[in-house]
Design a protein around this ligand. Structure first.
Ligand SMILES: [Zn+2]
Length: 196
């Protein structure tokens, strides 16, 4: 007897995800870009936060602007090497990264994937069957909040300073926290109470 494939099987139910900015959120940022493994370091508490997030049954997807590729500052293979290291170290500390999406374009190329544009989030939502309206973006830049809003995601803004930029406050992110550790505690609560 032949069993017809159900519609759900062909179009799996979309699920929420967590999108994470990289530089300034998981690892330290630099004004002149993180150009090598030597310039890459995890922020304090990042491993513990990633382990906490890994316990949530959601895809954890890094979305990062790396215009240094398009600007010819750093070759793409070096960025890949840094991202591989990021994943390995997080896994070694009990966390996980489901996927990493990189915008390699220079600002002047006018691509649709450089945050604040939502292209990386939209591509990930197609490839990982993500329900953007129930997903969160975690980041420390105005462009992260803008990308989240443009994609229809909720937003956790990381503001390590005393007060967040007025521009961010006016965009009304769901919550403003001090670091990824606080973000993970918040997400644990809200995702935990969400019916997945
Ligand atoms: Zn791009």
């Amino acid at each position: 007897m032949e069993v017809a494939r159900g519609a759900e099987e062909q179009h799996p139910v979309r699920r929420p995800a967590l999108f994470l900015d990289r530089d300034g959120t998981i690892n330290g940022d630099r004004p002149d870009y993180v150009k090598s493994l030597a310039e890459f370091h995890f922020l304090p508490g990042a491993f513990a936060a990633m382990k906490r997030l890994a316990a949530l049954d959601l895809p954890l997807i890094v979305v990062t602007n790396q215009s240094q590729i398009g600007q010819g500052i750093t070759p793409e293979h070096v960025i890949r090497e840094i991202n591989d290291y990021l994943v390995r170290e997080i896994e070694a500390h009990g966390g996980r990264i489901t996927d990493i999406y990189v915008c390699p374009h220079a600002p002047w190329e006018g691509c649709g994937c450089r945050k604040p544009k939502p292209g990386l989030l939209l591509r990930a939502s197609e490839e990982h069957h993500i329900d953007l309206s129930r997903s969160y973006m975690v980041g420390d830049r105005v462009s992260d909040v803008a990308a989240a809003m443009a994609a229809g995601c909720r937003c956790v803004f990381i503001s390590p300073g005393m007060s967040p930029p007025a521009e961010v406050v006016s965009m009304n992110p769901e919550v403003i926290v001090r670091d990824l550790g606080e973000a993970s505690e918040y997400l644990e609560q809200v995702i935990g109470s969400m019916s997945l």
